[in-house]
Ligand binder design. Structure first.
Ligand code: PSV
Ligand code: MN
Length: 381
C-alpha cells in the first residue's frame, strides 16, 4: 500500500458536455445529452485509470426527478455521485448578487437553492456542498463591500445549519470574473474567515485557476493544510486567467510543487479530509481523453512528489544547503515515473496506456453513432 493508492480524483459532470468561450461553443458528435450520458462517459475514465471513482454534479444542470435511481445507475457503471455544486450565477434575479444581494427576497431565493442542493445530497449520499459565488461588483461604489460581507456571513450561516453531521460545505474563492472590480469571496483568506466562523464542517475549496498570475499556490495549500481547513481542490490549469485547461498542461512543475505540499501536509493519508476534483472545460480537445489525460497528470505529479527524499531534504534545509535542498526536490521532479505507473496499472488489472485503450475500445465511435438527436449538454445546461 502506497499513498498513491489513496489518490481519488472526482470528475466534473460538466466536463463531458460542450463548452467553449464567449466567442463559440463547439459541438462534438457523441456529446452527452443528459446527466446519465455524462456519468457513463465519466465511468469510462474510471474503468481505464482506476483513479476517478466519483462524479460531481452541478445543480440545476444535472437536475433529475429521482436521485436515488441516478445513484443506482452510477453504481451499476462502477462510479458514485460526489460533490454537489450549487449554481447562483445563471438566474436573472442574481444579476447583482445572490447570497450577498441587498434584497432579502433574492438572498432567500439563493439560500433556498442551497437547501435544495442539500436535499439532493441527502438522496445521493454526497458529502460535500460546493459553493462558488459569482457575486461581486464591476465598479467602485457599486456596492457596499462591508455590508455584502455581512450578508454573505448571515446567508452562509443559514445554509450551514442544514448541513448534516456527515456533510460539509466547501467555499470556493476566485479573484475576479464575472465580477471585474470586486469579488465577494476573492481569496483563500476571505473563504477561510467565513468557513472558520461557520464551524468544523465548513472548509475552503481551492481552484488552481482562481489566483492572480504569479501567486504561490503551494504556499496556500501548505497554509490551509496547516490550519486543517483545506476541504477540496478544483484542479485545472491556466496560462492567463481562469482558463480551465487540463490540469498540469500549462505548468507541470507547479502541479508537482502543489502535490509535494499535499504529501507534506498529509492530504494523501487515508484519513485525509481533502477531496481532489477536476474543474475543467474542454473546448477544442476530446472530452473523455481530456479527462483521462488530466487524472494521469495528477497521478504522475503525485508519484513524483512521493519520490522526494524527505529526510535528505530536511537535513539539507537544516544545514542551510540551499543548492542541495533544491537539487533534492528537482531530482524527484525530473524523474520519469511513467514506466513505473504503467507497470503499476498492469498489476492492478488496468491498461498500461489508458489513452490507447480508450481509442481501441471503440467507445467514442459508438456514442457518436448512438447519441443522435436531442440537445447536446453544454456548460450552462
Ligand atoms: C467558477 O469559475 C468555477 O470554478 C466554479 O467551481 C463553478 O462551479 C465552475 O467553475 C463551473 O464550471
Ligand atoms: Mn472551480
Amino acid at each position: 500500500m502506497t499513498l498513491l493508492d489513496n489518490l481519488h480524483i472526482e470528475l466534473p459532470s460538466w466536463a463531458f458536455g460542450n463548452s467553449g468561450t464567449r466567442f463559440k461553443v463547439f459541438g462534438t458528435p457523441g456529446t452527452p445529452r443528459d446527466v446519465r450520458e455524462k456519468i457513463a462517459d465519466a465511468a469510462q475514465v474510471h474503468r481505464l485509470t482506476g483513479l476517478a471513482p466519483t462524479v460531481a454534479l452541478h445543480i440545476p444542470w444535472d437536475r433529475v426527478d429521482d436521485y436515488t435511481a441516478l445513484s443506482a445507475y452510477a453504481q451499476d457503471l462502477g462510479v458514485r455521485l460526489g460533490t454537489i455544486n450549487s449554481n447562483t450565477f445563471q438566474d436573472d434575479d442574481f444579476k447583482f448578487g445572490s447570497l450577498t444581494h441587498s434584497d432579502k427576497t433574492i438572498r432567500q431565493k439563493a439560500i433556498d437553492h442551497h437547501l435544495d442542493c442539500i436535499e439532493v445530497m441527502n438522496r445521493t449520499g454526497s458529502r460535500d456542498l460546493k459553493v462558488w459565488l459569482a457575486d461581486g461588483t464591476n465598479y467602485p461604489g457599486q456596492g457596499d463591500i462591508r455590508a455584502r460581507q455581512d450578508r454573505l456571513a448571515e446567508s452562509l450561516a443559514t445554509i450551514y445549519q442544514h448541513i448534516g453531521p456527515e456533510q460539509r460545505l466547501v467555499l470556493e474563492y476566485k479573484f475576479f470574473e464575472p465580477a471585474m472590480y470586486m469579488t465577494d469571496v476573492p481569496d483563500w483568506g476571505t473563504s477561510y474567515a467565513h468557513v472558520s466562523a461557520l464551524g468544523e464542517r465548513a472548509m475552503v475549496c481551492l481552484d488552481t485557476g482562481h489566483h492572480a498570475p504569479g501567486t504561490n499556490i503551494e504556499f496556500i495549500v501548505a497554509q490551509l493544510l496547516r490550519l486543517a481547513k483545506l476541504g477540496s481542490f478544483d484542479f485545472n490549469s491556466r496560462f492567463y486567467a481562469d482558463d480551465d485547461l487540463i490540469v498540469g498542461a500549462a505548468d507541470p512543475f507547479q502541479l508537482f510543487r502543489i502535490m509535494f505540499e499535499v504529501v507534506r501536509g498529509g492530504a494523501l493519508d487515508s484519513d485525509s479530509p481533502v477531496a481532489f476534483m477536476l474543474d475543467q472545460c474542454h473546448n477544442v480537445e476530446e472530452k473523455i481523453p481530456g479527462q483521462i489525460r488530466s487524472v494521469m497528470n495528477v497521478e504522475e505529479m503525485a508519484a513524483r512528489a512521493l519520490l522526494v527524499d524527505t529526510e535528505a531534504l530536511r537535513a539539507a534545509q537544516d544545514d542551510g544547503d540551499v543548492l542541495g535542498a533544491n537539487a533534492i526536490l528537482m531530482d524527484a521532479f525530473y524523474t520519469d515515473v511513467r514506466p513505473a505507473l504503467a507497470r503499476r496499472r498492469a498489476e492492478r488489472g488496468l491498461p498500461e496506456d489508458p489513452l490507447a485503450a480508450f481509442r481501441a475500445s471503440g467507445y467514442q465511435t459508438r456514442i457518436a453513432a448512438e447519441r443522435v438527436g436531442g440537445t447536446q449538454s453544454s456548460w450552462g445546461a
